[in-house]
Write a protein that binds this ligand. Sequence first.
Ligand code: ADP
Length: 154
Amino acid sequence: FNDKIPVERQVEKFLHQTVNDYKALPIVVGKSTSVYDAIVQLFLEDVGTLYAVDSDGQLAGVISRKDLLRASLGNQNLNELPVSVIMTRMPNIITIHPEETLLEAAKKMIHNHIDSLPVVKEMDEQKNTYLLVGRITKTTITRAYIEIMDEKSD
Ligand code: ADP
């Protein structure tokens, strides 16, 4: 006896889930935060990626585990080194909008070999400024997959 929703409905649901419905809170640091403090933050928040923002909440950079490991390999004083020096910055950040689908988010992560995407709203397209409103990770996609596949029919 199968109490799951029909496969066609599962596929249909999976294809139409939007980023907005699944996005998590972004964990942010200021651009002048030290690499040392960023590493502490990564452990405290239990995330793999931090986002650097300007004073007005604009997305300025992405700081991943590998970025922090690379910075730690040298002999620099990690307390003196700001994350702005080591982060991936605009315009090189791959972003996603709240109304895009999870499938689009998954494709962007796979094609660009990255673990997460900042969810943004445009502030000024000309100036390339984006307001950071969330994050999508590979875990998000896995969670959506389980939720939809395990959904019971009523
Ligand atoms: P990790 O470093 O833990 O393997 P990623 O694979 O996500 O994590 O990051 C690999 C590199 O890609 C890092 O240098 C990181 O700054 C960069 N990166 C991560 N996410 C993005 C993104 N959304 N847009 C552009 N670059 C990114």
